[in-house]
Design a protein around this ligand. Structure first.
Ligand SMILES: [Zn+2]
Length: 159
């Protein structure tokens, strides 16, 4: 494989190349670990003066932005509970994601199988149950609901 010289990568970093050359270099960068390493090492040493030092109140500003209180030993119990609750919510969310991940796995393996079984058995259901079965099922459901509401009404009367 043809590799580009370090000087080329430096020019690429310094934005001193033509557009077509930039494209060639970028395409090469996606495929070549060797040149990627050269590029990254150049990039690391590129602008040492521009390295950003966090200001003294950086942490408190971040906490302010996040609408969180800065941890402190003088804080009393309600604060700790609040923080614990936040951690609990985060932990619960992660657990849920993992759970759903498992459920999705189940869906991928179980649902297609169950669906194909349903499709193959649905024809039999239509053969066994005569026409109008859905209406009769609906009617009987309403009957059951009426009976239940009557029963519940009598229960209330007894109390
Ligand atoms: Zn290369």
């Amino acid at each position: 494989m043809h590799h580009y010289h370090q000087d080329k990568w430096q020019k690429y970093i310094d934005n001193e190349l033509e557009q077509w050359e930039v494209q060639l270099l970028e395409e090469h960068l996606y495929q070549c670990d060797e040149c990627m390493n050269v590029y990254l090492s150049l990039l690391e040493g590129a602008n040492p003066l521009e390295e950003i030092e966090p200001s003294l109140d950086f942490t408190s500003k971040v906490f302010e932005e996040l609408n969180l209180e800065l941890p402190s030993t003088t804080k009393n119990e309600p604060y700790d509970r609040k923080v614990l609750f936040k951690y609990y919510v985060v932990a619960a969310s992660i657990t849920m994601v993992l759970m759903y991940g498992g459920i999705f796995d189940l869906f991928l393996t179980e649902v297609p199988r169950a669906t194909s079984e349903m499709i193959s058995s649905s024809k039999r259901v239509e053969e066994i149950v005569p026409a109008g079965w859905s209406q009769r099922m609906l009617d009987s459901t309403f009957e059951k609901l009426e009976l239940r509401s009557l029963k519940q009404g009598s229960d209330v009367d007894e109390n």
